[in-house]
Write a protein that binds this ligand. Structure first.
Ligand code: NAD
Length: 442
């Protein structure tokens, strides 16, 4: 399917999509709750309102983004008009994960449509209620040759990857990212890979411990830790360790009460397989807080573990759940030593009142994006690129960058015919002297 669209048509369709998302907002929230008890507040804050705001921002700016971009001509080409056309790639495949199943399927879709492409979206099989409502909305809004939802699991995903696409946008694990990259290589298809990793959270010697704990607890236990940019482990200055643990415990209780299982604000682990994976991480660890679990409902409480061995599973794999290891350091060099044991993470957090030190720390390490004195919130600014580096992904999106992601930048030199400088043509004779003079002067 090749579907060329003009700007008006794209805007009309995005407007229809906005209307449909607003109409179905309650059903989307219910689906997210049915899939893994995502609290209503989190469903609105991190899924529906995020998509609505991305739609509004795109509708407001699309005409401007899609315009040809004029650039200064080069001296060599004088006289010419040079510009960049934003051309749709063509057929886009979007493969989405389960943890923010609505937002992570819809946001790339909005940008792909805005850029004039046709799209196939494969949502996650692990969130069937949300996938069904996505399918309903898309079927209502789009012609099936323009945007289509194909539901299914690994086999369906692999069948789609075996086909030829003009661009693949994948969000998910590093392991499946490699499968996608290999499939894309068969057709030289460009990709964006939004993957994961072990995100460090550094708590320095000079910081506001209570506020630090509050912001870590929020970013870590939101969505029950099933967030690609959640802090994976804490590295805390040894002087602050006991104060931080006390503050973390207090903040967990403030957020979810003494019994998080009965809290309306705490989701469940997505399925039994992931619940078993996470509870396995807790074996032979020192649990200093939490650890309560219920296999019947895939419940796992916010859990703090003390000084895990670096060769234990919890420190070898991305956690992606409500387990927070706490490791202390004596010397600053130990931070680098530990962080550099892992592949470049998707996110990185540092807490300190010493902003100079914090800035130095974020410059020293390679990672996708992050925050000083907060967690996760860099995701929410559409002016910032969102993406990983190395194993945590390639490419970035959000805001205008999402539109750019799905547009091929076609470079055009429109040459004037009223003048034709003879310099570049053979025979060159002694023209090199003049060429060098001009280039040195330029
Ligand atoms: P996943 O890689 O298991 O699945 C993602 C998608 O790929 C799903 O649609 C699934 O059906 C499909 N898939 C699974 N196995 C496949 C295979 N062998 N071949 C082809 N397709 C396959 O990831 P997940 O469990 O849904 O999500 C968790 C992971 O995603 C974590 O690692 C997390 O860090 C990462 N993530 C990254 C971002 C980001 O923006 N960078 C956002 C959310 C999640």
């Amino acid at each position: 399917m090749k579907y060329k669209t003009n700007i008006k048509y794209r805007k009309d369709k995005l407007q229809d999509l906005l209307k449909s998302v607003l109409e179905h907002e309650d059903a989307i929230i219910e689906a997210l709750y049915a899939d893994f008890k995502k609290p209503k507040f989190e469903a609105v804050a991190t899924e529906t309102s995020y998509v609505i705001s991305e739609l509004k921002h795109t509708l407001k700016n699309l005409s401007k983004w899609a315009k040809p971009e004029y650039v200064l001509p080069s001296l060599f080409n004088f006289p010419s008009t040079d510009y960049i056309l934003k051309e749709p790639y063509g057929k886009i495949l979007i493969i989405a994960p389960w943890n923010y199943p609505f937002q992570l399927a819809l946001c790339p879709l909005i940008a792909a449509v805005a850029a004039g492409n046709s799209v196939v979206v494969k949502p996650s099989e692990l969130t069937p209620a949300t996938s069904a409502i996505i399918s309903k909305i898309i079927t209502e809004v789009f012609d099936e040759n323009h945007v289509q939802v194909i539901e299914g699991g690994v086999i369906v995903s692999q069948e789609l990857l075996a086909q030829r696409w003009d661009y693949i946008f994948f969000t998910g694990s590093v392991a499946v990212g490699k499968v996608v990259a290999k499939a894309a290589a068969n057709f030289m298809t460009p990709t964006t890979l939004e993957l994961g990793g072990k995100n460090p959270c550094i708590v320095g010697e000079n910081c506001n411990i209570q506020l630090t704990a509050k912001r870590i607890v929020w970013g870590k236990f939101l969505n029950a830790g099933q967030t690609c940019i959640a802090p994976d482990y804490i590295l805390v200055d040894s002087e602050n360790k006991s104060k931080l643990i006390k503050a973390l415990e207090e903040e967990i209780i403030l957020a979810y009460g003494e019994s998080p299982e009965t809290s309306q604000d705490y989701p469940r682990i997505i399925n039994e397989k992931n619940w078993l994976r996470l509870t396995h991480f807790l074996e032979n660890q020192t649990i200093i807080y939490g650890g309560q679990r219920n296999p019947l409902t895939n419940f796992l409480a916010p859990t703090l573990i003390d000084e895990p061995k670096l060769d234990s599973l919890v420190m070898q794999e991305e956690i992606f759940g409500p387990i927070l290891p706490i490791i202390s350091y004596e010397k600053e060099e130990s931070i680098e030593e530990l962080v550099s044991k892992y592949e470049k993470p998707l996110a990185f957090y540092v807490f300190s009142n010493d902003i100079k030190w914090a800035r130095k720390t974020v410059q020293k390490h390679a990672f996708g994006g992050g925050c000083i004195n907060d967690t996760i919130v860099h995701f929410s600014n559409h002016r910032l690129p969102f993406g990983g580096v190395g194993h945590s992904g390639s490419g970035a999106y959000h805001g205008k960058l999402s539109f750019d992601t799905f547009s091929h930048k076609k470079a055009i030199v429109q040459k004037a015919t009223w003048l034709d400088l003879p310099m570049r043509y053979a025979p060159y004779k002694d023209k090199i002297k003049y060429l060098q003079k001009i280039l040195n002067w330029w």
